[in-house]
Ligand binder design. Structure first.
Ligand SMILES: Cc1cc2nc3c(=O)[nH]c(=O)nc-3n(C[C@H](O)[C@H](O)[C@H](O)COP(=O)(O)O)c2cc1C
Length: 266
């Protein structure tokens, strides 16, 4: 089982140590290989904003660097860990640059069902907003997100009082639970039943097909234009109805936009 770790920190410290802890917990369960990608060491340039990847296809991007190799590694991995410290209330700019360059994955997801785990380390603040963003990214790319471990580093790594040791034990227990789930999801691979959030993302992302020919063709070839989800699976009546209502509302909003003169771009 091959796990790819994307690290957004410029240094090998808190988030790296959390990933190493996860690695050692997973090794106890079976044979695993971890590949650590320190994103700051890759040659990945900033998006130039030409929009060609979204409007025509990612192959039209004029920047030739390590981004495609990184994407292909993600596609090939059995599971992915996305790890970033909080910098100024968000993920690091290094990580954001990678996500910007892969923005087309929100339009044409290529990681459907891929088990993923998010790690966030912080001095104490912005865990929620950063966690929410990384969740949206992993799910937007199609991953089967097991959960997020967000850690207040000073309380976790500096065990200097009773309060921090309680905190350490709590996080450690939660990490055990998520590692177990992550390992089992990869080991007994089966596509998961979508949550309400997944259905919401699926329908939201499908709306891109109203605006872009390349997105439309991609979703059409995948058979997703009229489906309830990315793949056939049992979806309960509440989630199905939720999806249908969302889809109806999005279509209606698009028709309104079209009447105002906005059309699909090729
Ligand atoms: C430039 C910079 C900005 C930071 N901004 C925040 C922040 O906004 N909120 C916070 O709680 N911690 C912040 N931190 C603390 C880091 O999130 C924290 O130390 C984290 O554990 C570092 O993880 P790492 O060792 O993997 O880089 C910041 C640290 C740096 C270096």
């Amino acid at each position: 089982m091959k796990i790819l770790v994307l690290l957004g920190s410029p240094r090998k410290k808190d988030s790296y140590n959390v990933c190493k802890m996860i690695e050692s917990k997973m090794r106890k369960k079976g044979s695993v290989t971890f590949e650590y990608i320190h994103l700051s060491t890759l040659n990945i340039r900033e998006c130039k904003g030409c929009n060609l990847c979204l409007q025509k296809g990612e192959e039209y991007c004029s920047i030739k660097d390590d981004i495609t190799e990184l994407r292909d590694k993600m596609i090939k991995a059995d599971g992915i860990i996305f790890a970033s410290p909080v910098y100024a209330c968000h993920i690091t700019s290094t990580f954001k640059k990678v996500i910007d360059r892969l923005a087309y994955l929100f339009h044409r997801p290529k990681l459907i069902g891929k088990p993923a785990l998010n790690i966030i380390t912080t001095g104490g603040g912005a865990r929620k907003v950063t966690g929410k963003y990384l969740k949206m990214t992993a799910c937007g790319w199609g991953c089967n997100l097991v959960g997020t471990i967000s850690i207040i580093s000073p309380m976790f790594f500096e065990d200097n009082n009773m309060y921090s040791s309680k905190y350490y034990n709590k996080i450690n227990k939660y990490t055990d639970k998520l590692v177990e789930e992550f390992y089992n999801k990869i080991n007994n691979y089966e596509l998961p039943k979508p949550s309400f959030y997944d259905i919401y993302m699926f329908n939201g992302l499908r709306s891109k097909t109203y605006m872009s020919e390349v997105d439309y063709s991609y979703w059409e070839n995948k058979g997703w234009l009229n489906s309830n989800y990315y793949y056939k699976t049992k979806i309960n009546i509440f989630k199905k109805t939720f999806g249908k209502i969302l889809s109806y509302m999005i279509k209606k909003a698009f028709n309104k936009m079209q009447n105002n003169g906005t059309t699909r771009q090729g």
